[in-house]
Design a protein around this ligand. Structure first.
Ligand code: UTP
Length: 465
C-alpha cells in the first residue's frame, strides 16, 4: 500500500496518529508498520469500541442460570458409569479418532518468564518443561493404544519462533514429525480507553497482543490445521492449555462421557468451594451451556443455594475440553464466529510526543475471544466433574504470589506422584520429592504394575525409563 493510501485508510478511521513518527522511521520500519496497519480490521475495532459499555447482560443471565448436565464425582446417579465411559473412550482412542490441541499463544505476563510459558522447567526433579511433560503424555498414550495421536499447538507471534526452535532442538520430545503441527494465532491492537485510538508500542510498532485462546478457530482454519485434522480423520480433539501439567491428556473416561452423551463440546469442571472463586462458571441458560466469568457473576447469583445447601452455580471450568471436529468446522466458517470480550488493561505505549508511558492504572482496552464461547453452539454439551487436587494446578504467577506459582504447581505434581506411589503400595518417606516420567507410567494402575514389590523411597527419586 502506498503512503497516500495508508494515510487515506487511517484518516477514514480516525487513526492518523499511527503515522506520527513516519518521517523518522527507516524503510524497514516503515514497511513493518505499514504491514501491521494493513492487517488491522478498523471497522471491527470501531464496532468493538462502541460496544465497550454494553457487554452482554450477564447479571440477567446469571439470575436465570441453572446447573449444567453433569457427570458428578462419586455419584451413582450419572447416566453412564465410569467403567462404561472408560470403555467407550478406549474404543475411540484405539480407532485413532483423537487428536490434541494445546493452546500456547498467551504472553504469560503474570509469570514474568522471558520465554514462552511452555518452556518453563516445571518438573520438580527432572526440570522438564511444561511442553515436554504434555508431549510425553501424548507419546505414552499413542503407545498404549497403538495409534498415532497428532498434536496441534497454537502459538502466537509472541511465542511462535522460540516454540518452534525448542521443539526442533529436542527432537519434538519423541513425537513423530508428522504428528506435530505448530500454527500461529492472530493479534488484535489495544486501544486507548478514552478515545479508541489504536496504541503504538513504539514509533514503528502497534501495541498488538494475541487475540485470545478463542483465536483458535480462525487460526485452525487459516493455517490449514483444520483441514489436516479432517484429512487424518481425527473426529475428537482433546483441548488443553499449556499451563496445567496435571491434565490427564486423552484420559479415556472423560473422552467416553463426551461420546456417550453425543456431546460436541465437553468440559472438565471442579466443584467450587467458595461462591466467589475466581473461575469461569459453567451454567445452563435457556437450554444452552455457557460460561459466565467470575468477574461477570453478580455476588447474589454466585451465593444462590439449592434447598440442600449446595451452590446453585457450582461448576468451575478448568479449561480442559473434548471438542467435536465438526463443531470446529461449523463455527470457524461462520461469518461472526466467536464474540470478542473487552478487558481493561495497563498497556505501555508511546504518546504523541514520542514519550514512553508506563501506566499504573488500566488505560487501554484489549479484545479477546474465548474458546468456551463454543459451548452454547454445541449440541448436547456436558460437564464432567474432576478432583481439583488430581486435575488442576495451573502455572500463572511468579514465585511469591498467593497461588498458582512454580512452587504450588511442583507441590501439586509431587502430590499426584506420591498418591500414585502410595496406591501402588510403595512406601514414600515424608517430605521426599518424587517425580514420575509419563513415559514410565501414565497413571496409578500402570505404575502399580511396574514398581517392584516392597519398594521404599527415602530420598528424592525420579522414575523414568
Ligand atoms: P491466560 O489467559 O492465563 O494467559 O491463558 P497467559 O498468557 O497464560 O498469562 P497472562 O494472563 O498473560 O499472565 C490461558 C491459556 O490460554 C493460552 C495461554 O497460552 C494459556 O495456555 N492463550 C491465551 C492463548 O493461546 N492465546 C491467547 O491469546 C491467550
Amino acid at each position: 500500500m502506498s503512503t497516500d493510501k495508508l494515510i487515506a485508510l487511517l484518516r477514514a478511521n480516525g487513526q492518523e496518529h499511527l503515522l506520527a513518527f513516519w518521517d523518522k522511521l527507516d524503510a524497514a520500519e516503515q514497511g513493518a508498520l505499514a504491514g501491521q496497519i494493513e492487517a488491522i480490521d478498523f471497522p471491527l475495532i470501531r464496532k468493538l469500541y462502541a460496544q465497550r459499555d454494553h457487554q452482554a447482560g450477564m447479571g440477567e443471565l446469571a439470575a436465570r442460570a441453572e446447573p449444567p448436565p453433569a457427570f458428578r464425582l462419586n455419584s451413582d446417579s450419572n447416566p453412564f458409569s465410569a467403567q462404561q465411559a472408560r470403555d467407550r473412550g478406549v474404543q475411540a482412542l484405539r480407532a485413532g479418532e483423537l487428536g490434541v490441541i494445546l493452546t500456547a499463544g498467551g504472553q504469560g505476563t503474570r509469570l514474568g518468564f522471558h520465554r514462552p510459558k511452555g518452556m518453563y522447567p516445571i518438573g520438580p526433579l527432572s526440570k522438564k518443561s511444561l511442553f515436554q511433560i504434555h508431549v510425553e503424555k501424548i507419546v505414552a498414550a499413542a503407545r498404549r493404544y497403538s495409534v498415532r495421536i497428532p498434536l496441534f499447538i497454537m502459538t502466537s507471534p509472541a511465542t511462535h519462533a522460540e516454540t518452534e526452535a525448542f521443539f526442533a532442538e529436542h527432537g519434538r520430545f519423541g513425537l513423530p514429525e508428522d504428528d506435530l503441527m505448530l500454527f500461529c494465532q492472530g493479534t488484535m491492537p489495544a486501544v486507548d480507553e478514552r478515545t479508541g485510538a489504536v496504541l503504538l508500542a513504539a514509533p514503528s510498532r502497534i501495541a498488538l497482543s494475541p487475540d485470545g485462546h478463542g483465536g483458535l478457530l480462525a487460526a485452525l482454519l487459516g493455517s490449514g490445521a483444520l483441514e489436516r485434522i479432517e484429512n487424518r480423520k481425527i473426529r475428537h480433539l482433546f483441548y488443553l492449555q499449556v499451563d496445567n501439567p496435571l491434565v490427564d491428556i486423552c484420559g479415556p473416561e472423560f473422552v467416553g462421557y463426551h461420546l456417550l452423551s453425543g456431546s460436541e463440546f465437553s468440559s472438565q469442571v471442579v466443584a467450587k468451594r467458595d461462591p466467589l472463586e475466581r473461575v469461569g462458571n459453567v451454567v445452563k441458560v435457556d437450554g444452552r451451556l455457557m460460561v459466565i466469568e467470575y468477574s461477570d457473576l453478580p455476588e447474589q447469583a454466585a451465593r444462590r443455594r439449592n434447598p440442600d445447601g449446595s451452590l446453585a452455580i457450582w461448576a468451575g471450568s478448568i479449561a480442559v475440553h473434548v471438542i467435536d471436529a465438526r463443531l470446529l468446522r461449523r463455527v470457524a466458517t461462520q461469518a461472526e464466529s466467536l464474540p470478542f470480550h473487552i478487558a481493561r488493561k495497563k498497556v505501555p505505549h508511546v504518546d504523541p510526543a514520542g514519550r514512553r508511558v508506563e501506566p499504573s492504572q488500566p488505560n487501554a482496552l484489549k479484545f479477546e475471544r474465548f474458546i468456551f464461547d463454543l459451548m452454547p453452539m454445541a449440541r448436547n454439551a456436558v460437564v464432567v466433574e474432576v478432583d481439583p487436587v488430581r486435575a488442576f494446578s495451573p502455572l500463572k504467577n511468579a514465585s511469591g504470589a498467593k497461588g498458582d506459582t512454580p512452587e504450588t504447581v511442583r507441590a501439586a505434581l509431587i502430590g499426584q506422584y506420591r498418591d500414585w506411589l502410595c496406591r501402588a503400595g510403595v512406601e514414600v518417606a515424608d517430605d521426599v520429592a518424587v517425580e514420575i516420567s509419563p513415559l514410565y507410567a501414565m497413571d496409578a494402575e500402570e505404575l502399580a504394575a511396574k514398581v517392584p514389590r516392597g519398594m521404599r523411597i527415602m530420598e528424592p527419586t525420579y522414575l523414568e525409563v
